[in-house]
Write a protein that binds this ligand. Structure first.
Ligand SMILES: NC(=O)CC[C@H](N)C(=O)O
Length: 354
């Protein structure tokens, strides 16, 4: 007896067990992370995707809101070999369909060979394979979600740590994980979380020391308003970016981005720093990559496929990373990025004070 189905491009349907009911569709991707399921499931960058966990057991240390990265679950559906009851009830409460008891190894091999693909997921007592195919037929390609920023960004500005002793940071929220703001606040910064389509007038009023473009879902080319801010302030205000932030900044400053076959999602992606030769273990979640760094210099690369992981410009005071330095979940090798970017502001004030 089966009460769940996943329909894949090519009209293939895989049977599964329903763990949280519902009918939905999205881009099927996988993560190899073996911890951090609460952080991944609340990461806004998974908006409009169906997340498959390649690790076979998900949920074995419960569900605690302290570990959430936003106020809701973002993947449209969740696929795993085995989901615990804790995770299944959380996803049921959140209205996010979830399925297990299917061969996720085969699914992951399919995604690796054919690339991230559209899919339909149905779960519940009365569902049929045709229902899953129906969902698949209505599924939109990721790059066609042109307004995805509006689905995940704050509607209005929010300020944290107003009396902080450190620099003032304008965090452009393209779907920011909470721990990016926390990492800055922990270092004394005042953080203004601003909508992805913030106006120049709002930036002028705040007069921030650092413009920080966050991670976010979908195609970086669908963030025109954010790109406009980058164009206006590059070279005027020191700038940092994480993940989608790196992509939007490179795309705007004479570079380009492209879709990868299946992307990088996991907590053990090796990155080499080209200056020191040091290899850092990093947390990643992206399906697009910078294909041309434009005016920026590639300072770090992925050891597995040589894609750019760090872009820097001393002339423009810009530092971006493709991975997630806030490391939630993940190895903490890369937390120093936050000191480096705040350091750009401090060294700038030292220079101008002289
Ligand atoms: N985590 C992110 O910011 C992801 C960036 C972009 N949506 C991608 O998939 O490449």
């Amino acid at each position: 007896m089966t009460d769940a189905y996943v329909a894949l491009e090519g009209e293939r349907v895989v049977s599964a067990r329903a763990r949280a009911p519902g009918r939905t569709r999205g881009e099927l991707v996988f993560t190899t992370a073996y911890t951090g399921y609460e952080e991944s499931l609340t990461d806004p960058s998974y908006e409009e995707q169906v997340l498959t966990f390649s690790y076979p057991l998900i949920g074995n240390y419960g569900v605690r809101s302290e570990r959430f990265e936003s106020d809701r679950v973002h993947p449209r559906a969740v696929v795993a070999r085995e989901l615990t009851d804790d995770v299944a009830s959380w996803l049921t409460e959140e209205d996010v369909p979830a399925v297990d008891h299917l061969d996720t190894r085969e699914l992951v091999i399919g995604i690796r060979e054919e690339g991230a693909m559209r899919c339909g997921v149905v779960a519940g007592d009365d569902v049929t394979p045709d229902d899953a195919l129906d969902e698949l037929a209505q599924c939109t390609a990721m790059s066609d979600h042109t307004d995805i920023g509006a689905q995940v960004s704050v509607d209005d500005p929010v300020t944290y740590n107003r009396d902080g002793t450190g620099p003032s940071v304008a965090l452009i929220d393209c779907g920011a994980k909470d721990s990016i703001a926390t990492s800055l606040i922990d270092r004394g910064a005042t953080v203004h979380v601003l909508p992805y389509d913030t106006t120049e007038a709002a930036i002028e009023e705040l007069s921030p020391d650092l413009l920080f473009v966050s991670n976010g879902p979908g195609d970086p080319k669908n963030f025109d308003a954010t790109s406009k801010l980058v164009e206006t302030y590059a070279g005027e205000i020191p700038m940092a970016g994480i993940c989608l932030g790196q992509q939007v900044i490179a795309d705007t400053l004479g570079g380009d981005t492209e879709k990868m076959t299946f992307g990088h999602r996991g907590v053990n992606q090796p990155v080499r720093d080209l200056e020191t030769g040091q290899v850092l273990m990093t947390t990643q979640n992206h399906g697009y990559t910078v294909s041309d760094p434009g005016e920026l210099n590639v300072t770090q690369i992925n050891v597995n496929d040589d894609t750019p992981e760090g872009l820097d410009s001393d002339e423009l005071d810009i530092k971006t990373r493709q991975y997630h330095p806030e490391a939630n979940p993940g190895p903490h090798d890369t937390l120093g990025f936050f000191d480096e970017v705040l350091g750009m502001v401090e060294s700038k004030s030292t220079v101008s004070a002289d």
